[in-house]
Design a protein around this ligand. Sequence first.
Ligand SMILES: Cc1cc2nc3c(=O)[nH]c(=O)nc-3n(C[C@H](O)[C@H](O)[C@H](O)COP(=O)(O)OP(=O)(O)OC[C@H]3O[C@@H](n4cnc5c(N)ncnc54)[C@H](O)[C@@H]3O)c2cc1C
Length: 476
Amino acid sequence: MKEIWDRMRIISFFLFLIISNVAFAEKGIVFNDVSRLNPTVVYKIVKVHRIQDIQNALQEARIKGVKVSIAGKRHSQGGQQSCVNCIVLDMFEFNDIISLDTQNKIIEVQPGATWEQIQDYVNPYGYAIKVMQASNVFTVGGSLGSDIHGNDPSYGTIIETVKSFHLMKADGSVIKVSREENSELFNIVIGGYGLLGVITDIDLELTDNVIYVMKSEVMDYTAFPNYFNTRILGNKNVGLFSAKLSNAPDSLLKQVVSSPYIKVNDKRNKSLFKLHKESWLVFNKFFFGLSRKSGWGKNLRWCLEKFFVAKVGRTEYICRNNAMRPMIKFLDYYSPKNTDILQEYFIPIDKFVEFVDGLRKIIKDKGVNLLSITIRYVPHDTRSFLPYAKSNVFSLVLYINQGLNAEQVKQAQMWTREMVDLALSAGGTYYLPYQLYPTKEQLLNAYPNFNEFIEKKRTYDPGSVFMNRFYMQYSN
Ligand SMILES: Cc1cc2nc3c(=O)[nH]c(=O)nc-3n(C[C@H](O)[C@H](O)[C@H](O)COP(=O)(O)OP(=O)(O)OC[C@H]3O[C@@H](n4cnc5c(N)ncnc54)[C@H](O)[C@@H]3O)c2cc1C
């Protein structure tokens, strides 16, 4: 009797395994990005630790006939890192710092390395990163994938600071890519959203970790372009620059707080080189949360930001590495009802006021819940295959809260399209790593050689092994 009972238990255990596996396969593995708006059922997620893991995944994709997508920190927000039934290569743990050439100030890293890791590593040597996003949480591979830009007005996009990288093609072979070798690929893979192959390591240029003095000023938005042209543009002493437009209902898009970081030749105060850790998390989260929910919360936060973050009326001495690691963790947000998204528009300097006036109207008319809007400068990009800075432009980065239900998503799509039209009519563009709300026509207006990009992708990846939802939406 006991023997029969034991057998039944073993059989039922195996039955359970079979049934749960079938259920799992049917349910699939859901991949999503930080916006939580793009859940995608994928075939498999492979955590990459070695080159061999990528080769094995590519071989499996060939055998199973599935596509391959590549993910860094998943901060792009429009399905740029996945597509249905694909193998996702999760590069985040493939993140060694391989070497530092102190003579030539070049660092070699694996693509999953984050800017924070690099800052921690190079700070003791007195070095800093040339171009990275406004914060340091992103991976280097993902940053190349989107050809990112940052706060240093003397550089354009990251492409300017990449010496070379290695690229694994769909057949598993690895080639070196630089301005000299396979040079066409250099301009397409950077800003190529993982559609040409897998970047397996990168050589990046560094600069010196100098000290800046930061003194913010408040001004009317109409005065900002002239202020920028006369005081910031071409001023070799400006090491970093960013500005904020007011999102407070009382001064919506009318007030600008400008924060230039001016180089000072002062290395005496050693404590300035100690790297900051994120602080004031609860305080920042609380006031950001208030501003998410109410107009008075936005007014209050704008006041606090001017005096505590931008430190208007005071001067601050800070090293480059610390200025390039502002607080960001307080933005983490997980409501089941709504989420925060990012958008970015690149506007010629002389069209700034016109664009801001149009944007204010859309925000008011459509009740867009704008949480912040920052301004940076990106010089004309003559190198990338899909350039977003088609002249010297201001980049306006909008942080927006949007609802998650179908109707709210539809509305967000509608007002995004209005914003994109506004940017296009000002001779500007929009940034591609965000939601896939713009139409194909808008994409082609912003990126007229996108069809040529598709042709190049088909030439370098004839089997279309590398795939993502962004490409699927806009290549047909
Ligand atoms: C809060 C926030 C702030 C931001 N600030 C800025 C900013 O200041 N400036 C700016 O330019 N952008 C900014 N962005 C956009 C951001 O830089 C991009 O979304 C960037 O790609 C995110 O990096 P990631 O590591 O999350 O990459 P992911 O989003 O995971 O990947 C981005 C793309 O790169 C590809 N990719 C990743 N790794 C590889 C690899 N090894 N080989 C080939 N392709 C690869 C992916 O397939 C994908 O298409 C911001 C985004 C957020 C959410």
